[in-house]
Design a protein around this ligand. Structure first.
Ligand code: SF4
Ligand code: MG
Length: 286
């Protein structure tokens, strides 16, 4: 490893806290893939903001060196957007679970997909709320075809289909059992100029005894080399083809940068705020 790259890796890899995930948790692979991706991108901790969700996955922000933020459950994408508006130079990654993204935070996911800010979301998708002892999340039921649903166990919600429906411009899927592939998808996501969603199947070895590493190995298949990710029709056809064959696509499913006006930077420093008449704005809120 060249010295410069080694130095970036070492800066990114310094954990701030003792790792508390269960042995074998898929989130370890997400962490390693993320370190490798930031190193590949030659990004140092000062150039990156990691916004964590709430839950086991959200702890990832404590296991890398650098800027990090977390707030309320479901809010990761909203905080990520705010940070990007305040400092467009920052590389902003939101790292959140499936419960965080697809349940309480689904409104942020829908509208961030529409708005297309230049931020990257990694969903650490395990189908359960691990931190609260394994209740079903909206992505529970992946691969179960017994057709027995209830209000308590409704059909599976697919983040890939939701993102495509809502206008996301980069949609990829990967698996913690293949960290090299995950690294590639994160790198591609960060390089994309717009909102990038990477759904990472990250098994919960403690509470999800159905979607295990072996189960994913048997069901995951790479996106074919001749797939055209710039075509929305091709993306839908690919998703349906994989569904029919009971497979899960890994790779870039959709990528189509959108032409748009440059994002406005929010004034944040006291010197910038001096020239703005804040009082009339506050009047409207009182
Ligand atoms: Fe990982 Fe599940 Fe353990 Fe949470 S409960 S750390 S998601 S294995
Ligand atoms: Mg989860």
């Amino acid at each position: 490893m060249p010295d410069a790259v080694k130095s970036v890796w070492e800066q990114n890899a310094t954990p701030r806290h003792r790792i508390q995930w269960c042995p074998g948790c898929g989130d370890f692979a997400v962490l390693n893939a993320l370190k490798a991706a930031l190193t590949t991108l030659e990004l140092t901790p000062s150039e990156v903001l990691l916004v964590g969700g709430i839950g086991c996955s959200g702890q990832i922000r404590n296991y890398l060196n650098g800027n990090s933020f977390y707030g309320t459950h479901g809010g990761a994408l909203a905080y990520a957007l705010g940070a990007k508006m305040a400092n467009p130079e920052l590389t902003v990654l939101a790292l959140a679970g499936d419960g965080d993204t697809l349940a309480i935070g689904v409104e942020n996911f829908v509208h961030i997909s529409r708005r297309d800010p230049d931020i990257t979301l990694v969903i650490m998708d395990n189908g359960v709320y691990g931190l609260t002892k394994g209740q079903d999340s909206p992505s529970a039921g992946l691969g179960k075809h017994d057709g027995v649903f209830s209000e308590e166990h409704p059909p599976f919600l697919d983040p890939v289909k939701l993102a495509l429906t809502c206008g996301a411009t980069f949609i990829a899927q990967t698996f913690s059992g293949d960290p090299k592939h995950a690294t590639e998808m994160y790198v591609e996501g960060v390089r994309h100029k717009g909102f990038a969603m990477v759904n990472d199947f990250s098994p919960c070895v403690t509470y999800n005894k159905f979607n295990t590493y072996d189960w994913f190995r048997a069901h995951c298949e790479m996106v074919p080399k001749d797939h055209d990710p710039s075509s929305e029709d091709a993306a839908w056809e690919l998703i349906r083809d994989f569904e029919r064959r009971d497979k899960l696509p890994l790779g870039v499913i959709y990528r189509r940068p959108r032409a748009k006006a440059p994002a406005k930077r929010l004034p944040v420093w006291p010197s910038e705020l001096e020239g703005i008449a804040v009082e009339p704005m506050l009047q409207g809120l009182r």
